[in-house]
Design a protein around this ligand. Structure first.
Ligand SMILES: NC(=O)c1ccc[n+]([C@@H]2O[C@H](COP(=O)([O-])OP(=O)(O)OC[C@H]3O[C@@H](n4cnc5c(N)ncnc54)[C@H](O)[C@@H]3O)[C@@H](O)[C@H]2O)c1
Ligand SMILES: *[C@@H]1O[C@H](CO)[C@@H](O)[C@H](O)[C@H]1NC(C)=O
Ligand SMILES: *[C@@H]1O[C@H](CO)[C@@H](O)[C@H](O)[C@H]1NC(C)=O
Ligand SMILES: *[C@@H]1O[C@H](CO)[C@@H](O)[C@H](O)[C@H]1NC(C)=O
Length: 335
């Protein structure tokens, strides 16, 4: 896998809480390979540079064998140069009393600027993962602002939702999460997302069962299970007084590792990708979470899965939400 050049990886929001877990995992080889050296570029806003210096000191103090170089900066023309991978975690947080529209406008400004910086400075093969919320729409704005980079190279994080769904089913069945495969997260990374287990398999007592057969509680799978996954982010905030960070960092690693090395045979994962309007009736020009398989750093939507009326209505509701947000966001692009 080693190409002769160490991957150059940007993490934005690098002084924040997700990055605090994420940077360690990347630097120790969880994402790009256990023998693959990496160069880390760390971007945050100017007032956070002193904090970022502390993070850099800690990374140095980990004395990791694979970390070739660390570059902290508040400048896009430094952060986005010659990138192989960009993990865009930093975004404008919701503040007390802030209007939804103003929040979206602030994020459009950030992702327009970062998209333009990708266009100008990054490699054309760069893989961009957007985490900062609203992740789907921020990702779309970044992709639109970098027209010479293929839209397929942009994705947003719904792997945390995917892992949550997998784990809920596993706990219910009393098996490790690794024995549950092919859950699907459809749509937006929000409470309208649809965690779908109609194609999920659970390996129990030596053989693989359809999820509904393994769980034997349709009411739970169609009710509380869905609500628990949809509202898990809020539940973590309520308990921790901070949003998910350890689990978000783990999901980012899973997502980027699969882009880099591919998904296991027979398994699919969920990620927010550009919809060209050709799969599952999802409208085009949205970043929408689909089931995908990845090979040779190229994803393919898992097509042809049966969709019943229950699923269809939930998939449409989350698409409608995203269309509305896209149209507002795009109207801010010109200003
Ligand atoms: N998609 C997902 O599954 C998922 C899961 C959890 C969190 N999130 C989102 O991830 C984001 C980060 O979460 P966190 O807990 O690390 O937040 P945090 O507030 O701890 O850290 C965010 C960091 O981003 C920085 N930042 C803000 N604007 C920036 C810009 N323009 N350029 C570079 N850096 C910038 C901030 O200064 C801060 O250091 C939030 O938007 C959160 O909602 C997404
Ligand atoms: C889509 O999900 C994001 C992330 O949770 C959220 O911020 C945004 O408001 C959602 N979109 C709409 C239109 O509700
Ligand atoms: C299911 O689990 C058993 C062990 O309990 C294992 O031998 C088998 O390989 C697993 N099957 C799959 C498809 O993962
Ligand atoms: C990214 O774009 C390159 C072409 O620059 C392409 O070969 C690759 O398959 C794309 N990656 C993904 C994840 O689709």
């Amino acid at each position: 896998m080693w190409t002769g050049i160490d991957p150059t990886v940007l993490v934005t929001g690098a002084a924040g809480q997700i990055a605090y877990s994420l940077l360690f995992s990347i630097a120790k080889g969880d994402v790009f390979g256990k023998d693959q050296p990496v160069v880390l570029l760390l971007l945050d806003i100017t007032p956070m540079l002193p904090v970022l210096d502390g993070v850099v000191m800690e990374l140095q103090d980990c004395a990791l064998p694979l970390l070739r170089d660390i570059v902290p900066t508040d400048k896009e023309d430094v952060a986005f140069r010659d990138l192989d991978a960009a993990i865009l975690v930093g975004s404008m947080p919701r503040r007390e009393g802030m209007e939804r529209k103003d929040l979206l406008k602030a994020n459009v400004a950030i992702f327009k600027s970062q998209g333009a910086a990708l266009e100008k400075f990054a490699k054309k093969t760069v893989k961009v993962l957007v985490v900062g919320n609203p992740a789907n729409t921020n990702c779309l704005i970044a992709a639109k602002s970098a027209p010479s980079i293929p839209k397929e190279n942009f994705s947003c994080l719904t792997r945390l939702d995917h892992n949550r769904a997998r784990s809920q089913v596993a706990m219910r069945c009393g098996v490790p999460a690794t024995q549950v495969r092919n859950v699907i997260i459809w749509g937006n990374h929000s409470s309208t997302q649809y965690p779908d287990v109609h194609h999920c398999l659970v390996n129990m007592s030596g053989s693989e069962l359809a999820c509904f057969e393994a769980v034997k509680d349709d009411a739970w799978l169609k009710g509380d299970f869905i609500a628990t996954v949809q509202q898990r982010g809020a539940a973590v905030i309520k308990a921790r007084k901070l949003s998910s960070a350890m689990s978000a960092a783990k999901a980012i690693c899973d997502h980027m590792k699969d882009i880099w090395s591919g998904t296991p045979e027979g398994e699919f994962i969920s990620m927010g990708i550009y919809s060209s309007g050709n799969s599952y009736g999802v409208p085009e020009d949205l970043i929408y979470s689909f089931p995908v398989q990845i090979k040779d750093k190229t994803w393919k939507i898992v097509d042809g899965l049966a969709v019943n009326d229950f699923s269809r209505s939930k998939m449409e509701a989350t698409a409608a939400e995203l269309m509305e947000e896209r149209d507002t966001a795009v109207s801010f692009l010109g200003v």
